[in-house]
Design a protein around this ligand. Structure first.
Ligand code: NAD
Length: 355
């Protein structure tokens, strides 16, 4: 069984949940809207299904409602920030807003954010920058559990470390939808394994290894402890190259930001911390605004002219699947599977709310 909600109705339910967990109204609604936007964008892995974990993290006192981002270093184009274990959906936006002030002043900003709780869909932050006509790069590490195996390794050693690049296409009246590449460096996002497990599905070969380091199609190996008490692991995407990018995300998002890198066994905590290094550039300040706008349009147009291979809809660009999902789900509603909805209801009971 599943439940279909329109986005506003679902946002209201989830806002109530975070209000009951101690968030002020603005934060409860910002976190709920962000999660529902992930569902609308087709990424149920980063949608309302994360809410029960956030509630557990609040109850464990490892996620602190109503925290504000703290400025550790502010030297013009360089901004060193600390999320103080606050909701990533709020401290992440505060961090980007501070970085945008620096971009307006200096033409670019290198911003690091340490100790944010889960930042959710990283594309959200790149979309904020491209809406201003700016380029935005994000390298992020995940401090939760060693869920992903190194290339040619037999167990999990690091997180699903997402990487995101947002690039505006065209300018002014000639602007087109932006390029927003936003992905986990694991072959699939961890949350997608939770969704598959909740829906009783198996996953594609080459995605997972089990608790003995052997290939498996069972998403449960990374969701619930296995017979020997251990978990399996996700594989990195793109073989040795994806693995290399995952390591770079750990070292830039985690080590360089001051948030730290992962090197230990799972600690069983429900909190998920992210460290993020963001680089935001105004093409105008680089002196290439006009040619950049022309070249982005010309190159995208060139790509679109590639003939579609048989059985495909032709070339798509990063960001398109999310925009198409938003249109469809705004119209048809968001489907929440029964197991996820039950987890949300249980999370409500933990904070005295009946959903
Ligand atoms: P995905 O594999 O669904 O998509 C990755 C990217 O590929 C997107 O930019 C999408 O637009 C693009 N894309 C998809 N199909 C395409 C096609 N046919 N042609 C061209 N481009 C295409 O994403 P994912 O790896 O499952 O990640 C899902 C979400 O999880 C992301 O938003 C990511 O930021 C988030 N995430 C967050 C964390 C965290 O700790 N905060 C960790 C991991 C992932």
């Amino acid at each position: 069984m599943s439940h279909t909600f329109n986005d506003q109705e679902l946002t209201q339910h989830i806002t109530q949940l975070f209000l009951a967990a101690g968030c002020h109204e603005a934060e409860a609604s910002e976190v709920a809207s962000n999660l529902v936007m992930a569902n609308l964008s087709g990424h149920d892995s980063h949608g309302v299904g994360m809410a029960p974990r956030y509630i557990d993290a609040v109850l464990e006192k490892n996620l602190i409602p109503n925290s504000k981002v703290a400025v550790r270093v502010d030297s013009g184009m360089l901004l060193g920030l600390d999320g103080q274990r606050g909701f990533g959906q709020t401290v992440g936006v505060q961090a980007m807003d501070l970085a945008f002030e620096r971009v307006a002043q200096h033409g670019a900003c290198i911003m690091s954010l340490a100790h944010a709780h889960h930042l959710g869909r990283i594309g959200h932050f790149a979309e904020m920058a491209v809406a201003r006509g700016w380029v935005s790069l994000q390298f992020v590490n995940v401090m939760a559990a060693p869920a992903v195996a190194p290339w040619h390794g037999g167990d999990g050693r690091f997180g699903t470390n997402p990487c995101c690049i947002g690039i505006p296409v065209g300018l002014g009246d000639n602007a087109q939808e932006p390029f927003v590449l936003d992905f986990a460096t694991s072959r699939v996002a961890q949350g997608k394994m939770r969704v598959a497990y909740n829906e009783g599905k198996t996953v594609a070969s080459g995605t997972l290894i089990d608790e003995h380091g052997q290939p498996t199609n069972n998403p449960g190996v990374v969701v619930v402890p296995q017979s020997n008490g251990k978990f399996g692991a996700l594989m990195p995407f793109g073989e040795h190259k994806g693995f290399g990018l995952a390591v770079a995300c750990e070292l830039l998002g985690g080590a360089l930001s001051g948030g730290g890198s992962w090197h230990g066994a799972a600690d069983g905590k429900r909190a998920v911390y992210n460290g993020m290094l963001s680089i935001i550039i105004d093409p105008k300040a680089l002196g290439t605004q006009m040619s950049f706008a022309q070249e982005t349009l010309a190159f995208i147009e060139w790509l679109r002219q590639s003939p579609a291979i048989q059985g495909s809809d032709g070339v798509q660009l990063a960001g398109e699947p999310e925009r198409a999902a938003r249109l469809a789900r705004k119209k048809n509603g968001i489907v929440v599977d029964d197991a996820t909805w039950q987890e949300i209801q249980n999370a409500g009971s933990k904070v005295g709310l009946s959903l």
